[in-house]
Design a binder for this molecule. Structure first.
Ligand SMILES: Cc1cc2nc3c(=O)[nH]c(=O)nc-3n(C[C@H](O)[C@H](O)[C@H](O)COP(=O)(O)OP(=O)(O)OC[C@H]3O[C@@H](n4cnc5c(N)ncnc54)[C@H](O)[C@@H]3O)c2cc1C
Length: 362
């Protein structure tokens, strides 16, 4: 049976970026991906905050290959008012971003098995068997299998809490403005994100509602467009985080990592893959198996415990930030409070607070 140091389930942003980093460390890895890589097209606004963009460029695109579109400000609109906030953002077609990261992994010597519709798992013996019946053994297993993570469900016995969003992609893009719309009756917001290829229009709600269609149609009408290519998808709520158990680790959406307010998940896919790569790297890890007085098996499980502790420690500041955002969310999307603020104060009066909030959280 072929043995790998690490097997990763899912070749999305989190899985492909982690695979690339682990290959560079000299680990033997492979990725199992359910979708056909040529057709894979994740529903996403493709918007990166400044910190997300910097992290991506530093770790995965030092030669500036990807054609991001840069915005130096964005407009916040309510039904009655609009204000512009200075802050850098970057947009890209999500397919381009995924395809690029997926292309880095084989360049670093990794192999992606796709499309693999199903696999079976023996956690005790550490064996993954693909649908063709081929078994592979591993030391470490990674769940990068997105919001509906099967691996997470196996480990926790339940699926994670989710929010729902709708989005459409318009082929032509004449618009230059990046806009976030706060709609009176929505616990969430709508977005208008142009990238170099398309205009992405979407709407998300943090109250775990899924019947957003009528509201989205109204929003599209205000934007003078109608779309037949409407798609819906779930994203993490940000308050149901689970990083793994034993020698199984979760990253990205599978771990429940996304901003409860903004739905920003790309940043957390990168943050978690970089943190886990560090935690699994013997060079940066202070654990030295030769100094362990236990037998081989114990030393391996001690090394996993150490990696788990390091991964948790590296993720802790981000988890704390997501917790704070979760508390703030209750105020930001409180309909009565919003109506009061927007009715009684012009947006320009609350702009300094919005500026500070954006600078701190984005
Ligand atoms: C409508 C919408 C708009 C969004 N817009 C933004 C945005 O503008 N900016 C932002 O920062 N975030 C945004 N997000 C969030 C962001 O898209 C996610 O957080 C991000 O894609 C997470 O990456 P991931 O690699 O963890 O998961 P994914 O990108 O979902 O990748 C998971 C991969 O695992 C594969 N997989 C799943 N199950 C299996 C299995 N059983 N076996 C093998 N493979 C499997 C999938 O096919 C997929 O390739 C948005 C989300 C939604 C829903």
């Amino acid at each position: 049976m072929q043995h790998y140091d690490v097997i990763i389930i899912g070749a999305g942003l989190a899985g492909a970026s982690l695979g690339y980093l682990l290959q560079k460390q000299g680990k033997t890895t492979f990725i199992i991906e359910r979708a056909d890589l040529n057709k894979k097209d994740k529903l996403c606004g493709g918007l990166l905050t400044k910190r997300s963009f910097k992290l991506f460029r530093k770790n995965f695109d030092q030669n500036n290959i990807l054609p991001f579109r840069k915005f130096q400000n964005f407009t916040v609109k309510t039904r009655r008012a609009a204000t512009t906030i200075r802050h850098d953002f970057y947009s890209i077609s999500r397919k381009q971003l995924d395809d690029y990261l997926v292309s880095l992994y084989p360049e670093a010597g990794g192999t992606i098995f796709s499309p693999i519709k199903t696999y079976s798992l023996n956690l005790h013996k550490r064996i993954v068997t693909t649908e063709g019946g081929t078994p592979f053994s591993y030391d470490t297993l990674i769940g990068a299998d997105g919001i509906h993570s099967k691996l997470r469900t196996i480990l926790t016995g339940r699926s994670q809490r989710k929010n729902f969003a709708l989005e459409t992609q318009l082929p032509t893009n004449t618009s230059a403005e990046l806009v976030i719309h706060f709609l009176d009756d929505l616990k969430g917001y709508a977005w208008h994100i142009p990238n170099n290829e398309h205009l992405m229009l979407g709407l998300g709600d943090v109250s775990e509602k899924t019947n957003l269609r009528p509201r989205f149609d109204q929003f599209l009408a205000t934007q003078n467009c109608h779309s037949k290519n409407l798609r819906g998808a779930f994203l993490p709520t940000g308050n149901d985080i689970f990083l793994g158990k034993g020698n199984v680790f979760l990253i990205g959406d599978a771990a429940g990592l996304a901003s409860p307010i903004f739905g920003e998940g790309i940043y957390y896919a990168f943050v978690s893959s970089i943190a886990l790569a560090k935690a699994l790297d013997p060079k940066t890890s202070s654990f030295n198996s030769e100094t362990s007085c236990h037998a081989n098996h114990n030393s391996e499980s001690a090394s996993h415990n150490h990696a788990a502790k390091t991964y948790r420690a590296l993720m802790l500041p981000y988890i704390n930030r997501l917790k704070r955002e979760h508390h703030l969310k209750k105020f930001i999307f409180n309909a009565k409070l919003n109506q009061f603020v927007f009715r009684n104060y012009h947006l320009s009066l609350i702009k300094p607070f919005v500026d500070r909030f954006v600078a701190k959280y984005l």
